[in-house]
Design a binder for this molecule. Structure first.
Ligand code: TLP
Length: 358
């Protein structure tokens, strides 16, 4: 049975052409910095992001953690949004492994934390009672805020504030290319202002593994040691980097297709009785490939399934979706390389029938 798997854009499998590129990759020992394919990928991503260097890491989580451990030490403070991936879904790694204290600010629906709240949260460096504010973490696109594109001028404003206060900005750009395609501007529009940027190859870009962490040459040198400490010094890893290079050549422009499919999906969801989706609403900034939706409380009271039951019924109909959050009413569907426009039509039919239980 072929699933229509909308749980995440992490579920894609490498295409035949990508697998060929991987099989043919020229490799070396990357801990000796002798893997030419890894070096090519790191340089290429650094160029795209306008940074001096890049570091290939195993995952987005490892990239964010490596960045935070490079920027901050034990007892230092990190400013992060309450809906940030780094705060919600990275196992508390910066605290668990780095002793980094988190100041958690409320995210606005557009993925930002108000500048005034950040300014208030920054500690007085002369106060011996306070941790030192070292790093502010932003996310683009913002996953839990619905895959919304962060306003590029906001990143510049935060970076200016950070500089004034002696802190740095780390950008979790897991889906930065989605943001770039959605707004029709280069990734540098966001990355230029940030001190470090992590971009995932294994989400919309369709590579099986890997992320690249970029920043200054000095930052990358320090980050390389931290990556080694985390057990992320990999060896003939050009096999994986080749998939990333292939993705940069072939899978960036096509993200537009995922965004179109996501708009169609969100519109179909919003047109289904008992369901609503914020991503069906036009916004000043763009939505991308994530579609969060909610089962109306009133519909559940009149017999509609809750999120867990709806996901089970969808699965029986060959469609995979993720129940999300604590309300029991929210789900997420994500469009990606392995989902066609026809799959979206089928998923919507399945959704309507699963809502009715017919
Ligand atoms: N996100 C995954 C899950 O962990 C929730 C998903 O399915 O969306 N930053 C952002 C913004 C992310 O969305 C993710 C993955 C990561 C970092 C971590 O990347 P990986 O999974 O490679 O560690």
């Amino acid at each position: 049975m072929r699933w229509i798997d909308l749980r995440s854009d992490t579920v894609t499998r490498p295409t035949e052409a990508m697998r060929r590129a991987m099989a043919e990759a020229v490799v070396g020992d990357d801990v000796y910095e002798e893997d030419p394919t890894v070096r090519e990928l790191e340089e290429r991503m650094a160029d795209i992001l306008g940074k001096e260097g890049g570091l290939f890491v195993a995952s987005g989580t490892m990239g964010n953690l490596t960045a935070l451990l490079t920027h901050a030490g034990r007892g230092d403070e990190l400013i992060v949004g309450h809906l940030g991936h780094t705060f919600l879904y990275e196992v508390g790694g910066s605290a668990g492994l780095g002793g980094i204290h988190a100041a958690v600010l409320e995210n606005a629906p557009d993925g930002t934390m108000p500048l005034s709240a950040i300014a208030d949260a920054v500690r007085n460096p002369l106060d011996i009672h306070a941790p030192r504010t070292r790093v502010i973490c932003l996310e683009n696109t913002h996953n839990r805020c619905g895959g919304i594109v962060l306003d590029p001028t906001y990143v510049e404003d935060v970076a200016r504030l950070a500089r004034e206060k002696g802190a740095v900005v780390h950008l979790d750009g897991a889906r930065l290319f989605n943001a770039s395609r959605a707004l029709g501007v280069a990734p540098t529009r966001w990355s230029a202002a940030a001190d470090s940027v992590m971009v995932c190859l294994s989400k919309g870009l369709g590579a099986p593994v890997g992320s690249v962490l970029c920043g200054t040459r000095d930052f990358v040198r320090s980050a390389r040691r931290i990556r080694k400490m985390l057990g992320g010094g990999m060896r003939q890893v050009g096999i994986l980097a080749a998939a990333g290079l292939y993705a940069l050549d072939h899978h960036v422009e096509r993200l537009d297709e995922d965004h179109t499919n996501a708009r169609r999906l969100a519109a179909g969801i919003a047109a289904t009785p008992g369901l609503s989706s914020l991503q069906a609403e036009p916004t000043p900034t763009a939505w991308t490939n994530l579609v969060y939706f909610e089962i109306d409380a009133a519909a559940i009271r009149s017999g509609a399934p809750d999120a867990a039951l709806l996901a089970r019924r969808l699965r029986e109909r060959g469609v995979l979706a993720s129940p999300i959050g604590k309300t029991g009413r929210e789900l997420r569907m994500v469009t990606h390389l392995d989902v066609t426009a026809k799959d979206i039509e089928e998923a919507l039919l399945a959704l309507r029938s699963a809502m009715k239980g017919t």
